[in-house]
Design a protein around this ligand. Sequence first.
Ligand SMILES: *Cc1c(COP(=O)(O)O)cnc(C)c1O
Length: 403
Amino acid sequence: MTPPVPITSAAGTLLYAEDGSTYIDAISSWWVNLHGHAHSYIAEKIYHQALQLEQVIFAGFTHEPAVSLAERLLPLLPGNMSRIFYSDNGSTSTEVALKMSIQYWWNRGETNRKKILAFRNSYHGDTFGAMSVSDRSVFTLAFHDLLFEVIFIDTPTPENIDATIQLLQEQGEQIAAFIYEPLVQGAGGIKMYDAALMGRLLAATQRSRIICIADEVMTGFGRTGKLFASEYLSEQPDIICLSKGLTGGTMALGVTACKQHIYEAFVNDDTYKTFFHGHSFTANPIACTAALASLDLLEKEGCRQKIDWICRSNQTFAGTLAADHPVKDVRVCGTILAFEINQGKDGYLNSISSFVTQQAMQKGVYLRPLGNTVYLMPPYCITEEELTQVYRVIKDILEPLSR
Ligand SMILES: *Cc1c(COP(=O)(O)O)cnc(C)c1O
């Protein structure tokens, strides 16, 4: 194992290391950063908020940043969401969605609906509920006996869609919720699947009254080219989970948004129907302020144009990669580009990953493949020169492998 590299500062897409090296952060520091590091606009908003109100208990109290953020986010979200529940990371946002769904049916007295439906190859976080609904993999191996039972299905293909819809007709009444990463499965290997077929699958899920949970923790805030990946789909979720890019990647914050009918199942004088879930830092005012600042930047015309430009550049680069390189499944979804290196076994444990990381870092680019899956997910502030360098470095790394 190579020791971690001490990073002393960062600006835009660049990470500055203690030894004087710089790296283009081509994966947005694990998919969180949107507008570049140490962004002065977000930093100043954070500073002023910290001087005014840094944290307050969010039970019996509320505050302007939390209210403003909910008011700004709700009209942006697909599916006519009506309420926001705050937590402090992606795993808690999915935990909240799962607990909300299960208790929704419990509060309504439909207690036979307890099962969760999820995709194979999915990733929804590292806490126990989130692990349970994630694919069983090397990440979860030590805990398999303790994870709750989940019905796993494959992402939709023309071959399997009818069988999956059949399964929903047979078992739908026992299923409380369906959790999915719309269009792109992140940690499972940046796997992409068809929007039209997913629309059909969601329609069938909704016919069975199953609560649909879109985990947009990774896909949210422009990564797929649209503000949210769900916008590509014909059917919208009942619950949406957000984190990662929510604050532009500056502060830890989680959001679970839900539709009015879900919220209403909890509004009751009966204490037993309360949603007993909260974290110490629920709706932290500094984090909410950072999210508001990130939205300001996202809504700027220039940002939209940068996202569109990254999408187009990725398409062009993907076309040049497919031809004569030792790669397969070159795929693009908006600002996300991925492919597999044709060497060794597919999967997270493929050792080509650390080789690629080392090679790229020597050339000034930070990449961190998932096994043999190399991917790009740059911050939107990446310059033309930097993106060209990233593409060139990828080709340089692949070159000796082709022989
Ligand atoms: C990263 C991720 C999570 C977990 O978020 P954390 O903040 O790391 O807990 C959940 N779902 C998806 C789709 C993710 O990519």
